[in-house]
Write a protein that binds this ligand. Structure first.
Ligand code: ADP
Ligand code: MG
Length: 389
């Protein structure tokens, strides 16, 4: 009964509540907000209130995208704002960490305000604030972490620290309401290449990883060498559409003792040698053929090892995650191989593959439900390993 009354008064307060923009919350500081989060949140099970929908404001700033998103119950994206710095870094042929940090500072408040506005919600209505705290560029991560701590402190909300790679994996939950662990997942991004069993939410068994370059890194380096520029992945993908994937036979590296480990540096060197040789002979390089052949070599290895692992470990569901998961040949190759093997294939839309905050909100939901809360000492951890907290 008491809970009922409390609930009614909560609802009344909720209706009366005015929208509180981010900047105002920060200015007002803790306890000075119109109604404190702890008093009014109907979502907050920590205070004995009935459990309802969980709304998470998620922030991502680990590399060159400043992003914020409001995610409901880990699966419904109410807003997904991404401010990309690509144009800025293109001038330098790659991400300049110092410039990335400064740009994050400039953009972050605006991006968060937009995320709340697009979701038609106020900061007060959030259940928790989530932020990527690693891995990534330390200066870039610090901007998001400091912002999230300030907002959580001012609005009296719980804070959840999210592992960036866990975020990439969780992007699969957004558009696939039926996908639940366990499943096999290939994580391929600019900095990471992992083949993992997602045993439970936030729980991974790593079967294989790259011994040298990440898959995305290989795309970026090859693109630069052939003059396609930055960001390499999408440009190679586009050029490859016009090329013959069997025009040039590049090597497929086998890594000795672990059948699920990857190596891309040999392939990258083979492409560079091919380019140098052609230059020496004054031969013109057919860029689409080279892009298609390189891409085919990468995709073949990624697909065959993932399917092999799924079969051997008895998984009937395979997902892909990370920036390279938006590669059209990888998606098509994986789709075909899964179909042939009777495996269900999951992949996020391209916008949820590259860095975004919606995936951080999805991962944060399951962390929040498990009771994970970060303290005010939450710090950026640039080399945070998968599975580490
Ligand atoms: P990280 O989280 O490690 O910074 P992201 O998840 O943001 O990386 O992914 C960026 C990487 O994805 C880059 O290396 C980029 O080249 C690659 N990438 C993006 N789109 C494609 C694509 N269509 N094909 C291949 N690689 C791609
Ligand atoms: Mg990423």
């Amino acid at each position: 009964m008491q809970t009922e009354e409390k609930r009614e008064s909560i609802e009344e307060k909720k209706e009366e509540r005015m929208e509180m923009p981010v900047s105002e919350a920060l200015e007002q500081g803790p306890g000075k907000a119109p109604v404190s989060g702890a008093e009014i949140s109907v979502h907050d099970t920590e205070n004995g209130h009935p459990s309802e929908d969980v709304y998470i404001l998620a922030i991502e700033s680990s590399c060159d995208e400043t992003a914020a998103s409001v995610v409901k119950n880990g699966r419904t994206v109410l807003s997904n704002i991404i401010s990309s710095q690509i144009d800025l870094h293109t001038l330098f042929g790659g991400v300049v960490p110092e410039i990335a940090s400064r740009k994050h500072i400039e953009k972050i408040n605006q991006v968060i305000e937009e995320a709340l506005t697009e979701a038609h919600m106020s900061l007060e209505e959030m259940t928790a604030i989530a932020v990527t705290y690693g891995p990534g560029l330390v200066g870039a991560l610090l901007v998001g972490v400091a912002e999230a701590k300030a907002l959580a402190y001012a609005a009296k909300k719980p804070l959840v620290g999210v592992h960036h790679i866990e975020g990439h994996v969780s992007a699969n939950f957004i558009e696939n309401p039926d996908l639940e662990p366990p499943f096999m997942c290939l994580i391929v991004s600019g900095g990471h290449t992992h083949l993992v069993i997602v045993k439970d939410y936030g729980e991974f068994e790593i079967l294989g990883r790259t011994r040298d370059d990440a898959a995305g890194e290989a795309f970026d380096k090859v693109a630069r060498a052939v003059g396609l520029g930055y960001p390499g992945g999408p440009k190679v993908d586009k050029a490859a559409k016009e090329g013959n994937p069997h025009a040039i036979e590049f090597p497929r590296a086998k890594v000795g003792d672990n059948p699920y480990d990857f190596s891309f540096s040999g392939l990258k060197s083979a492409v560079l040698n091919y380019i140098n040789h052609a230059k020496m002979m004054c031969e013109e390089i057919n860029v689409p053929d080279l892009a298609a052949s390189f891409q085919n070599a990468v995709v073949e290895v990624l697909v065959s090892r993932t399917i092999e692992a799924a079969k051997q470990h008895g998984y009937k569901r395979v997902a892909i995650a990370g920036g390279v998961a938006s590669n059209s040949a990888l998606r098509a190759g994986m789709e075909k191989a899964c179909k042939e093997a009777g495996i269900q294939f999951f992949h996020p839309s391209p916008i949820f593959c590259t860095d975004n905050a919606a995936m951080i909100g999805a991962a944060a939901y399951y962390e929040y439900k498990k009771g994970a809360r970060a303290g005010w000492d939450l710090n950026a951890v640039p080399n945070l390993k998968l599975g580490e907290r």
